[in-house]
Design a protein around this ligand. Sequence first.
Ligand code: NAD
Ligand code: 89Y
Length: 343
Amino acid sequence: MSDLRGALIGCGFFAVNQMHGWAGIEGVAIAAICDRDPARLAAMGDSFGIERRYGDAETMLREVRPDFVDIATTAPSHRALVELAASLRIPVICQKPFAPTLDDARAMVEACDAAGVPLMVHENFRWQSPIQAVGRALRSGAIGRPFFGRVSFRSAYDVYAGQPYLAEGERFIIEDLGIHALDIARFLLGDASAMTARIQRVNPRIRGEDVATMLLAHKDGATSVVDCSYATRLEEELFPQTLIEIDGTEGSLRLGANYRLAVTSGGDTRHEDVSPPLLPWASRPWHNIQESVAAIQRHWVEALRAGREPETSGRDNLKTLALVEAAYASAAKGGLTLDPDAQ
Ligand code: NAD
Ligand code: 89Y
């Protein structure tokens, strides 16, 4: 028996994970789906046995009146869809990147606030079980007060095959992937007060940047490097693993390749395999991301039922989005130019 009826908008590449995730959550059923593309709508409807199918989001939301709506479209459509949900007082989850600009994002948060509608951004990377394990180790106090961090995602995986739009935008890696790494840095080391960034495009066949190196000053005193690349050919391809280093006053922790966590404290090092589970519907190497989809959905259901603000609420995500904007602004300015005579 399902007490929560959801509706999903956007039946594309990633939404299939969201549909599998919902199917595994007790008490939740997706009652209707929507996509402007009839072929994608039919494929999703047939795969998941959903009868109620719509080409128009407003018609769906007015007719179905779901308990929540899950927006799985790309960023250009997010503001209109979130504002539509707010106007109909329907709690809403919106995929990352939350909005193309910070102004849009602020307006979306205000619209939901004004309507009293819960809003969560599907910022799922912090929900990956290896990242949660790092968070637990850090909060246990074992390494003391963190003063340095590195959140690193380096790969040459062909993401353009499944998501061709990633090769077409003026902005790429910070907005698409760096956004997750920046959110992880906030999750582990707290909010930031300053940022410096450099970007590069290595792959000549794409329009935006595929390499970004960011330096953050966190309000609690730590400095972190957040670096990401889709131009890094490694001996072992690690997609979609995020590697983490944190140094603290009493020790250090490392989340290394293949989900190996090492926590050094008091002269000892504890090693732990923090691999994510392979859910029945998941497939490698995406299983890490897929598991985090189910985890963030469970969090949403708990928060909705308890009337609590979700961790990655729209309001919270404004801070991650501000880092994205700051990174592009800093990269556009360039760094301080050195006196050539001094070189
Ligand atoms: P996609 O282009 O494959 O699918 C989007 C679908 O939305 C398309 O089928 C399109 O027809 C439909 N659509 C767009 N606007 C619509 C509207 N107004 N009404 C109805 N349907 C509409 O995109 P994708 O690769 O599935 O990505 C979707 C979002 O998911 C992106 O924002 C992407 O960044 C994000 N994403 C997140 C993760 C993650 O781990 N959180 C991973 C991959 C992608
Ligand atoms: O779109 C991206 C995301 O959110 O996670 C990985 C990805 O699919 C490609 O960079």
